[in-house]
Write a protein that binds this ligand. Structure first.
Ligand SMILES: C[S@@+](CC[C@H](N)C(=O)[O-])C[C@H]1O[C@@H](n2cnc3c(N)ncnc32)[C@H](O)[C@@H]1O
Length: 367
């Protein structure tokens, strides 16, 4: 049932999941994970309900997983607009303005953080940057400012130089991620909306009573999501970037979890050595380019009877996941600690052709 459609030939029938608007982001993630989302059709907002087209009828086990993740939901059959008939992509909007040779060069990949969009442009597309930024704002009405990436991300603090393209020249914004609100400064502290499923995945594993050390906390997405889910938890959020640490503090207050998050501004090695030895049930090490150099403070933070480490690294090729596990095991050689059990290994996101950020969740014990 589509209210605004003039040409019925452009409609396609599909199984449909109806969910409250506020659960939209969550539902899209769960459906993507279950490979149930029909990407050829456009979801519809009717009143306060989102109607999401599915690629097929869910199996009984998938129904249970959907119910667990989203609460009991109703399925029906409905008509949806084909995506090719919607405004669709940046490329489609640009087709009205730029030669097709340039459109092909415009990256499909851009991030939206709060009301700020950050796009990656190849040098050949740069002369058209303003038109591209205008198209982006036309396509995403909530975007008020557009930047392009102006260089590689730095090694330690993971900051990226930005070039202002359009809209108000400000870098602070408020970003919503799965029920948490984050104040973010896109030029002064690391944040990636591409990690939101990973933040949720880890947060859901934490149990009441745990003590978590988030060694590379950024603006606090893991820490805050964990503290928001559980009252009975203690989180230590560390970041070497003072601006990131300041924002964790603000974000903890904004999400009303400041009583269970302690913010530490400084090098994780020093903070753990001086303050957090032997206290953690779980350590999050989301600094993939350098995590292996920080294993010593990670296991030092764990309780003497062991605990869980969420280890992140970059790994390439067909064996990326087993290579990530081997890297973790090798980094523990001669440390007096070992992997008791690998709980899960998975690719978090692609960062280059055949190269991924990989997560290894492992239970470590002292040997
Ligand atoms: C990839 S970001 C991860 C941010 C956050 N966990 C997230 O998911 O958004 C890595 C973070 O580690 C911080 N960092 C780098 N070196 C550090 C160190 N020696 N001690 C503590 N934090 C560090 C950086 O400032 C950056 O915010």
């Amino acid at each position: 049932m589509i209210r605004n459609e003039k040409d019925p030939d452009r409609l396609q029938e599909s199984v449909s999941l109806k969910i409250p608007k506020k659960q939209g982001e969550n539902a899209i993630q769960v459906l993507t994970k279950l490979k149930l989302l029909n990407r050829k059709l456009a979801p519809q907002m009717i009143d306060d309900t989102l109607h999401v087209p599915l690629s097929r009828e869910p199996q009984p086990e998938e129904r249970k997983q959907l119910d667990r993740a989203l609460g009991k939901q109703s399925l029906s059959h409905e008509k949806f607009l084909s995506r090719s008939e919607t405004v669709g992509s940046l490329q489609q909007v640009l087709a009205q303005k730029l030669p097709s040779s340039i459109i092909q060069l415009v990256s499909k990949s851009f991030d939206i953080i709060g009301d700020i969009a950050i796009i990656e442009l190849s040098p050949t597309a740069e002369p058209y940057e303003e038109s591209i930024a205008e198209a982006l704002m036309k396509l995403h009405k909530n975007v008020k400012t557009v930047y392009s990436k102006a260089g590689p991300i730095t090694d330690n603090l993971r900051l990226r130089p930005l070039h202002h393209l359009l809209g108000a020249e400000r870098t602070e914004t408020i970003h919503n991620e799965l029920g948490c609100r984050f104040k973010i400064d896109v030029s002064r502290a690391f944040f990636s909306p591409r990690l939101s499923a990973e933040h949720k995945r880890v947060a859901e594993q934490v149990r009441p009573g745990e003590c978590v050390v988030d060694m590379f906390a950024g603006v606090g997405p893991f820490s805050i999501m964990i503290a928001k889910r559980l009252n009975d938890v203690q989180v230590h959020a560390i970041d070497a970037n003072p601006e990131a640490a300041r924002l964790i503090g603000e974000n903890a207050k904004m999400n009303k979890v400041q009583d269970r998050i302690k913010v530490w501004s400084g090098d994780a090695r020093v903070v753990v050595q001086d303050n957090l030895s032997g206290i953690a049930t779980r350590v999050i090490m989301n600094h993939p380019s350098q995590a292996r150099e920080f294993l010593e403070p990670a296991y030092k933070a764990l309780r003497r009877d062991g605990g869980i480490v969420h280890y992140y690294t970059f790994a390439e090729g067909l064996d990326s996941e087993s290579n990530a596990r081997k890297e973790l095991a090798a980094a523990l050689d001669n440390s007096g600690w070992k992997i008791e059990k690998t709980i899960e290994t998975h690719k978090v996101r692609g960062v280059a052709p055949m190269k991924w950020q990989v997560a290894v969740d492992a239970k470590l014990t002292s040997s």
